[in-house]
Design a protein around this ligand. Structure first.
Ligand SMILES: Cc1ncc(COP(=O)(O)O)c(C=O)c1O
Length: 391
């Protein structure tokens, strides 16, 4: 007989310990320390109406459940629900709304989120206003009698603008709105929106939570009991669940989240400083630089400044040269993996955002984004230096 529940977390367990252990107990049948991949579509019932809490693979899966408990603990929420992608997780959040409801959204939100809201959910009579949520007076001005939700991405993609989460939560709750935060860019190691008052946190687990560029997934973590109940229902009703294997990969990823993020922080800062001092670079967007307009807020709200850095080269031609000249950095969409990626937001991640809107947001043709990985920083700087020399 193996004892289960051998690893017990105390109520004051610290973040790294929670990442490693929350939601996971040695497997009851073998004692395996790692939660197995329960690759099954159904579960045999002992007798009619008697089972072990698992009935059907879409509804419940032990590997997914372990991940959901792990992520709920990491974000400090009541429950988490894992979906097949970050977009599916955001889609589930939108089902909390009803026809006629209005949502205020950060203006330079991820392009796919903008596309989902504008091209899909407007068909169901939901309306969306995109405002600079770093200026809460603009949020207040955009409110109507139908506003039900404030959807914030901070730091935003790719310009890295911050929203003050405590103030946003206070404003949202004063007006009976839910505050939803897409925490993908920061990761819960750097920023904990629920502690700042958010009602719902969402992630593309594809990014820092999994961290190894080998799975696509999403999660929604809720605090309010009615939201927990609805999201559990809708996860099963719509069925866009995360598979057992993908759940297992993300669960493996969160064990090293603190270590990876520490390195992303130091490498991100070093790349930002290197670019800021380079004569060919016109501007660097990084919350860790004193030149960032919200550097003070970043210091208050975040535990570090992360691995996302954007910079302006002034023209498409200059951006093209750098993007085509890097050798160690990989030209690819996505972010948050251990390897460094470089991308061109205007034609890649934000291609679905109309050109006029892009330029209003500062997503110019000369803007380049780097997801700084955990390689040796000298190798990264050398590669960037030789690519910038080509301009
Ligand atoms: C901030 C943010 N939210 C959500 C998503 C969507 O996630 P996924 O690609 O896993 O559907 C992304 C993807 O890049 C993102 O950057």
């Amino acid at each position: 007989m193996y004892r289960t529940g051998i690893v017990k977390l105390t109520s004051n367990a610290r973040f790294s310990t929670i990442c490693l252990h929350a939601g996971q107990e040695p497997d009851p049948s073998t004692g395996a320390i790692i939660t197995p991949i329960y690759q099954t579509s159904t579960y045999v019932q002992e007798e009619l109406g008697r089972h072990k809490g698992f009935e059907y693979g879409r509804t419940q899966n032990p590997t997914r459940l372990a991940l959901e408990r792990n992520l709920a603990a990491i974000e400090g929420g009541k429950a988490a629900f894992a979906f097949a992608s970050g977009m599916a997780a955001i889609g589930a959040i939108a089902t909390l709304l009803q026809a006629g409801d209005h949502v205020i959204v950060t203006d330079n939100v991820y392009g796919g989120t903008f596309r989902l809201f504008e091209r899909v959910f407007t068909r169901y009579r939901l309306t969306f206003s995109y405002v600079d949520t770093s200026r809460l007076e603009e949020v207040e001005r955009a409110m109507t009698g139908s506003t039900r939700m404030l959807f914030v991405e901070t730091p935003s993609n790719p310009i890295l603008t911050l929203t003050d989460l405590r103030q946003a939560a206070e404003l949202a709750h004063r007006n009976n709105l839910r505050l939803v935060v897409d925490n993908t860019f920061a990761s819960p190691y750097l920023q904990r929106p629920i502690e700042c008052g958010a009602d719902i946190v969402t992630h593309s687990t594809t990014k820092y939570l999994n961290g190894h560029s080998d799975s696509v997934g999403g999660v929604t973590i809720a605090m309010r009991d009615d939201d927990v109940e609805w999201l559990r229902f809708v996860q099963n009703a719509e069925g866009a669940i995360l598979s057992p294997f993908e759940s297992w990969l993300v669960l493996r990823g969160t064990k090293t989240l603190p270590l990876r993020m520490q390195r992303h922080n130091t490498n991100g800062m070093a790349v930002a400083q290197f670019l800021a001092s380079h004569p060919k670079v016109r501007h660097v967007y990084y919350p860790g630089l004193p030149s960032h307009p919200q550097h003070e807020l970043a210091k208050r709200q975040m535990l570090g400044f992360g691995g996302m850095v954007s910079f302006e080269l002034g023209s498409l031609e200059a951006a093209r040269r750098v993007l085509n000249s890097v050798r160690l950095l990989s030209l690819a969409e996505s972010l948050g993996g251990v390897e460094t990626l470089i991308s061109h937001p205007a034609t890649m991640t934000h291609a679905s955002v109309p050109a006029q809107r892009r330029s209003a947001l500062g997503i110019t043709d000369g803007l380049v984004r780097i997801s700084v990985g955990i390689e040796d920083i000298e190798d990264l700087k050398e590669d960037l230096a030789q690519a910038l020399d080509r301009i």
